[in-house]
Design a protein around this ligand. Structure first.
Ligand code: DHB
Length: 388
């Protein structure tokens, strides 16, 4: 069968792209190997930049980011046992929204299905062929293993960090720029009231912790752990001890822990983001460590650029924006890579950190919170640079 744009991956990037293309009258098919239920219930990130919320406003009443989500006008950086507020509103006049990614996905799926979008759950991409021709093809397999093809005018890889589209774009699935980190995050969801009005990013001699939120009754918290940690090896009491130890000077509201996971993290940018009639967006193109919450927001920024490039190509036969997509997208990607790396290295304690490293880190944190320019850079990057 045929469509104009074949989109592999029904995450935030793929679904948003299908929505924006449809607004321009460009038809697409979105496939995802996961079930709808899996997509709508997997716990992911929680922070949307103001610009991301404004993009989601295009869904009309389907976007609940402003009604169910909560605006945050700052965060707390905590170190040396004291909290320091970074006031986004005062620094840059912008904010962020605490709105879980899976809620945004429910909104996107509902809006797309309501508009008659062809979304195929439980369908996996096997490989992509013919990206150097004007009719690239995605070879797909349904849940029963039946193989068929989608022929399109353009193929988009929005299929996450283990992208099947990436080899067709870059010649290999791993070619790119990497950085590993010697730690991971232990994440929990618990039933408790919030411990603070705003998110707390805490540096302590025992490592990093992030006190985030989900609602009045459910909280999300993370603490730095070994990448090989086994989530089931910890008792609830041990988890609370680990968290409390990493936010000295604060007392956390404790409650039953009903979900736990270990998030390994790394920095990655694929060497090639576009080739012929195929391009990568979101985690298929790059991965950032979670500190600073750039992942989903960066995916949205890629999609804004690719949408514009595909409109030029498919409506006006103008290939120029597709050809410059990688270069244009890279500018924001590398700013976000830097910010995510910086927040990560400023706040975590590497297992081999020397006394010098620890003292330098406190010097860095102090420089940021005491400097108007330091606070403004953090606020600017966290709330998000202007979208193209
Ligand atoms: C959350 C995750 C992040 O990586 C972050 O920087 C802030 C919040 C969260 O899941 O709530």
């Amino acid at each position: 069968e045929t469509t104009r744009v074949a989109i592999v991956g029904a995450g935030p990037a793929g679904l948003l792209l299908s929505h924006l293309l449809a607004e321009a009258g460009i038809a697409s098919i979105v496939i995802d190997q996961r079930t709808r239920e899996e997509i709508e219930t997997t716990i992911r990130a929680g922070i949307l930049e103001q610009g991301t919320v404004e993009v989601l406003d295009a869904l009309g009443d389907f976007s609940r980011a402003r009604t169910v989500g909560h605006r945050h006008d700052g965060i707390e950086l905590r170190f040396g046992g004291e909290g320091h507020r970074i006031d986004f509103a005062a620094s840059v006049g912008r904010g962020v929204w605490l709105y879980p990614q899976h809620e945004a996905l429910k909104d996107l799926i509902a809006a797309r299905l309501d508009a008659g979008q062809d979304i195929r759950f439980g369908v996996s991409a096997q490989r992509v062929e013919g990206v150097d021709t004007e009719r690239p093809t995605v070879v797909i397999a349904d849940a029963e293993g039946t193989v068929s093809e989608i022929r399109a005018e353009f193929v988009v890889g929005a299929d996450g960090s283990r992208s099947v589209v990436r080899p067709a774009v870059g010649g290999s699935s791993s070619e790119g720029y990497f950085r590993e980190y010697p730690f991971a995050w232990f994440g929990i969801l618990c039933e408790a009231p919030p411990s603070s009005d705003e998110l707390i990013y805490s540096n302590s001699p025992d490592g990093f912790a992030l006190i985030s939120q989900r609602s009045a009754t459910v909280q999300r918290m993370y603490f730095q752990c070994d990448p090989d940690a086994d989530p089931d090896a910890w008792s609830e009491a041990e988890l609370w001890d680990a968290l409390q130890l990493r936010v000295p000077g604060t007392t956390l509201n404790e409650g039953p822990i009903f979900q736990r996971d270990v998030l390994r993290f790394r920095s990655f940018v694929a060497r090639e983001l576009q080739r012929g009639r195929a391009a990568l967006v979101g985690d298929a193109a790059h991965t950032v460590p979670p500190t600073g919450a750039k992942g989903m927001n960066l995916a949205v920024a890629d999609v804004i650029l690719l949408d514009r490039a595909l409109r030029a190509l498919l409506l006006e036969n103008d290939e120029r924006l597709v050809e410059t997509y990688a270069e244009t997208a890279s500018q924001r990607i590398w700013k976000a890579q830097h910010f995510s790396w910086w927040m990560t290295s400023m706040l975590h304690v590497a297992p081999d950190a020397s006394e010098f490293d620890r003292k330098r880190q406190v010097g860095e944190l102090t420089s940021v919170v005491e400097s108007e320019a330091g606070r403004a850079y953090l606020a600017e990057a966290y709330t998000g640079w202007p979208l193209a």
